[in-house]
Design a protein around this ligand. Sequence first.
Ligand code: SF4
Ligand code: SF4
Length: 164
Amino acid sequence: MSKEKELLPFWQSKKLEEMSDPEWESLCDGCGKCCLVKLEDADTEEIVDTDVVCKLLDLGTCQCSLYKTRHQYVPDCIKVTADNIETLSFMPPTCAYRLLHEGKDLPWWHPLITGDPNSVHAAGVSTLDKVVSETEVEDADLEDHVVEWPQDPSPPEPWVRYSE
Ligand code: SF4
Ligand code: SF4
Protein backbone atom coordinates (compact mmCIF):
# COMPACT_ATOMS: atom_id res chain seq x y z
CA MET A 1 0.00 0.00 0.00
CA SER A 2 1.33 3.45 -0.90
CA LYS A 3 2.18 6.00 1.81
CA GLU A 4 -0.73 8.21 0.66
CA LYS A 5 -3.19 5.31 0.95
CA GLU A 6 -1.91 4.41 4.41
CA LEU A 7 -2.98 7.86 5.60
CA LEU A 8 -6.56 7.35 4.45
CA PRO A 9 -9.25 5.78 6.67
CA PHE A 10 -9.62 2.06 6.06
CA TRP A 11 -12.89 2.38 4.11
CA GLN A 12 -11.12 4.57 1.56
CA SER A 13 -7.87 2.61 1.35
CA LYS A 14 -9.10 -1.00 1.40
CA LYS A 15 -11.39 -3.01 -0.81
CA LEU A 16 -14.35 -4.62 0.94
CA GLU A 17 -12.73 -8.04 0.69
CA GLU A 18 -9.53 -6.77 2.33
CA MET A 19 -11.18 -5.54 5.52
CA SER A 20 -10.76 -7.21 8.90
CA ASP A 21 -13.86 -8.46 10.72
CA PRO A 22 -13.92 -5.49 13.14
CA GLU A 23 -13.53 -3.06 10.21
CA TRP A 24 -16.31 -4.81 8.32
CA GLU A 25 -18.67 -4.77 11.28
CA SER A 26 -17.96 -1.09 11.98
CA LEU A 27 -19.21 -0.20 8.49
CA CYS A 28 -22.76 -1.03 9.53
CA ASP A 29 -24.34 2.29 10.50
CA GLY A 30 -27.04 0.62 12.58
CA CYS A 31 -29.91 1.97 10.49
CA GLY A 32 -31.91 -1.27 10.77
CA LYS A 33 -33.28 -0.93 7.25
CA CYS A 34 -32.03 -4.33 6.12
CA CYS A 35 -34.17 -5.82 8.90
CA LEU A 36 -37.43 -4.63 7.36
CA VAL A 37 -39.85 -7.33 6.27
CA LYS A 38 -39.95 -7.36 2.47
CA LEU A 39 -42.61 -8.50 0.05
CA GLU A 40 -41.94 -9.98 -3.37
CA ASP A 41 -44.28 -9.74 -6.35
CA ALA A 42 -44.81 -13.35 -7.43
CA ASP A 43 -44.99 -12.38 -11.12
CA THR A 44 -42.38 -9.65 -11.51
CA GLU A 45 -40.10 -10.65 -8.57
CA GLU A 46 -40.06 -6.99 -7.58
CA ILE A 47 -39.12 -6.63 -3.91
CA VAL A 48 -40.65 -3.87 -1.78
CA ASP A 49 -40.07 -2.80 1.80
CA THR A 50 -42.62 -2.58 4.57
CA ASP A 51 -42.41 -0.58 7.77
CA VAL A 52 -42.55 -3.86 9.69
CA VAL A 53 -39.30 -5.17 11.17
CA CYS A 54 -37.90 -8.51 12.17
CA LYS A 55 -38.95 -9.73 15.59
CA LEU A 56 -35.34 -9.53 16.84
CA LEU A 57 -34.83 -5.85 16.08
CA ASP A 58 -34.72 -3.69 19.19
CA LEU A 59 -37.02 -0.81 18.25
CA GLY A 60 -35.32 1.53 20.71
CA THR A 61 -31.79 1.10 19.32
CA CYS A 62 -32.38 -0.33 15.79
CA GLN A 63 -29.90 -3.08 16.70
CA CYS A 64 -30.39 -6.83 16.45
CA SER A 65 -31.11 -7.99 19.98
CA LEU A 66 -29.44 -11.38 19.43
CA TYR A 67 -26.95 -10.63 16.67
CA LYS A 68 -24.41 -13.41 17.33
CA THR A 69 -26.99 -16.17 17.65
CA ARG A 70 -29.65 -14.65 15.37
CA HIS A 71 -29.62 -17.50 12.86
CA GLN A 72 -30.99 -19.86 15.53
CA TYR A 73 -34.14 -17.72 15.60
CA VAL A 74 -34.19 -16.18 12.12
CA PRO A 75 -32.54 -18.75 9.82
CA ASP A 76 -33.07 -16.65 6.69
CA CYS A 77 -31.34 -13.56 8.06
CA ILE A 78 -28.82 -12.71 5.37
CA LYS A 79 -25.18 -12.23 6.31
CA VAL A 80 -23.83 -9.43 4.14
CA THR A 81 -20.39 -10.20 2.72
CA ALA A 82 -18.04 -8.74 0.15
CA ASP A 83 -19.02 -11.65 -2.09
CA ASN A 84 -22.80 -11.27 -1.93
CA ILE A 85 -23.34 -7.50 -1.62
CA GLU A 86 -23.65 -7.23 -5.40
CA THR A 87 -26.63 -9.58 -5.39
CA LEU A 88 -28.50 -7.86 -2.55
CA SER A 89 -30.43 -5.36 -4.64
CA PHE A 90 -32.88 -4.65 -1.82
CA MET A 91 -30.23 -3.15 0.46
CA PRO A 92 -31.01 0.53 1.07
CA PRO A 93 -29.00 3.01 -0.98
CA THR A 94 -27.69 4.55 2.24
CA CYS A 95 -26.16 1.25 3.40
CA ALA A 96 -22.39 1.60 3.80
CA TYR A 97 -21.71 -1.80 2.21
CA ARG A 98 -23.72 -0.86 -0.86
CA LEU A 99 -22.19 2.62 -1.06
CA LEU A 100 -18.61 1.34 -0.88
CA HIS A 101 -19.37 -1.48 -3.30
CA GLU A 102 -20.64 1.16 -5.75
CA GLY A 103 -17.39 3.12 -5.34
CA LYS A 104 -18.97 5.86 -3.22
CA ASP A 105 -17.84 7.28 0.12
CA LEU A 106 -19.52 7.13 3.51
CA PRO A 107 -22.12 9.87 4.11
CA TRP A 108 -21.56 12.71 6.55
CA TRP A 109 -23.81 11.20 9.21
CA HIS A 110 -22.11 7.79 9.31
CA PRO A 111 -20.91 6.92 12.84
CA LEU A 112 -17.38 6.31 11.53
CA ILE A 113 -17.33 9.93 10.34
CA THR A 114 -19.12 11.53 13.29
CA GLY A 115 -17.78 9.28 16.06
CA ASP A 116 -21.34 9.15 17.38
CA PRO A 117 -23.44 5.97 17.00
CA ASN A 118 -26.59 8.09 17.29
CA SER A 119 -25.81 10.31 14.30
CA VAL A 120 -27.61 7.87 11.98
CA HIS A 121 -30.77 8.39 14.02
CA ALA A 122 -30.31 12.15 14.38
CA ALA A 123 -30.02 12.43 10.60
CA GLY A 124 -33.34 10.61 10.21
CA VAL A 125 -31.80 7.83 8.15
CA SER A 126 -32.60 4.92 10.44
CA THR A 127 -35.76 2.99 11.28
CA LEU A 128 -36.05 4.69 14.67
CA ASP A 129 -39.65 5.71 15.41
CA LYS A 130 -40.80 4.62 11.92
CA VAL A 131 -41.49 0.90 12.26
CA VAL A 132 -43.46 -1.75 14.10
CA SER A 133 -42.41 -5.29 14.98
CA GLU A 134 -43.61 -8.23 12.94
CA THR A 135 -44.98 -9.63 16.19
CA GLU A 136 -47.64 -6.88 16.01
CA VAL A 137 -48.74 -7.40 12.39
CA GLU A 138 -50.62 -10.26 10.73
CA ASP A 139 -49.07 -11.57 7.49
CA ALA A 140 -52.34 -10.77 5.70
CA ASP A 141 -51.93 -7.10 6.65
CA LEU A 142 -48.33 -6.69 5.44
CA GLU A 143 -49.44 -5.23 2.09
CA ASP A 144 -50.90 -2.29 4.00
CA HIS A 145 -47.43 -1.56 5.36
CA VAL A 146 -45.53 -1.15 2.08
CA VAL A 147 -43.37 1.99 2.22
CA GLU A 148 -40.89 3.71 -0.09
CA TRP A 149 -38.74 5.71 2.35
CA PRO A 150 -36.19 2.92 2.97
CA GLN A 151 -35.11 3.17 -0.67
CA ASP A 152 -34.74 6.96 -0.66
CA PRO A 153 -31.48 7.39 -2.57
CA SER A 154 -30.72 10.89 -1.35
CA PRO A 155 -29.36 11.09 2.18
CA PRO A 156 -30.24 14.36 3.92
CA GLU A 157 -27.81 17.24 3.74
CA PRO A 158 -26.21 18.31 7.02
CA TRP A 159 -27.52 21.33 8.86
CA VAL A 160 -25.23 24.32 8.57
CA ARG A 161 -25.14 27.36 10.81
CA TYR A 162 -27.31 30.14 9.42
CA SER A 163 -25.53 33.37 8.61
CA GLU A 164 -26.90 36.42 6.82
S1 SF4 B 1 -28.81 -1.52 5.85
FE1 SF4 B 1 -26.59 -1.71 5.90
S2 SF4 B 1 -25.93 -0.09 7.29
FE2 SF4 B 1 -28.13 -0.40 7.66
S3 SF4 B 1 -28.25 -1.90 9.35
FE3 SF4 B 1 -28.30 -3.04 7.42
S4 SF4 B 1 -26.17 -3.61 7.01
FE4 SF4 B 1 -26.15 -1.97 8.52
S1 SF4 C 1 -32.12 -11.48 12.87
FE1 SF4 C 1 -31.27 -9.55 13.57
S2 SF4 C 1 -29.94 -8.84 11.89
FE2 SF4 C 1 -31.30 -10.45 11.08
S3 SF4 C 1 -33.08 -9.35 10.21
FE3 SF4 C 1 -33.58 -9.89 12.33
S4 SF4 C 1 -32.99 -8.10 13.56
FE4 SF4 C 1 -31.99 -7.92 11.57
